[in-house]
Design a protein around this ligand. Structure first.
Ligand code: HEC
Length: 135
């Protein structure tokens, strides 16, 4: 009887841990542009994205995303110019993936909620439009 109970517990735990990993991996990166569910470009979302950018990215990528943030000056390679065509020509899911995973010396942001990374992607696109004036 205790064995059966043990087996049962293991099965249940296994099931839930599988479910959690599964949910996590879906949450982790979007497989393609349609599973990304991009955020609507609204003033509110831009503000949210900007706040996240200021908290997590600005020190390396700088105000306008040019890669001239103070913390990035001594990195090798230097932080990319996010507003450049080289970055902006990539698909939404590719950029989302790269922001999620990071790449040394850029840190990973996979612990940020999916929604925060959606908002960051939105702000990355705003920086690409070069419409934002930074004092
Ligand atoms: C510690 C400094 C640092 C921080 C913080 C940082 N980055 Fe980066 N980022 C880099 C560097 C360095 C690269 C170039 C990485 C490489 O190719 O090795 C890069 C590359 C990128 C790229 C281009 C990737 C490509 O291959 O085209 C994007 C987009 C990007 N960062 C967005 C962000 C966003 C959004 C944040 C905030 C959530 C952020 N980064 C935070 C340093 C940083």
């Amino acid at each position: 009887m205790p064995y059966r109970f043990l087996l049962f517990t293991i099965l249940i735990l296994g099931f839930f841990s599988f479910r959690r990993t599964h949910a996590y991996s879906v949450n982790y990166v979007a497989a393609n542009d349609s599973t990304l569910n991009k955020k609507e470009v609204s003033l509110e979302n831009i503000k949210k994205g900007k706040a996240l950018y200021e908290k997590n990215c600005i020190m390396c990528h700088g105000n306008a995303g040019k890669g001239d943030g103070a913390a990035g000056l001594f990195l090798n390679p230097r932080p990319f110019d996010i507003s450049s065509d080289k970055v902006q020509s990539q698909s939404d899911s590719t950029l989302f993936f790269k922001v999620t995973l990071g790449k040394a010396p850029m840190p990973t942001f996979k612990t940020l909620p999916f929604e925060s990374r959606q908002l960051l992607l939105l702000y990355v696109r705003e920086l690409g439009k070069n419409k934002i004036r930074h004092p």
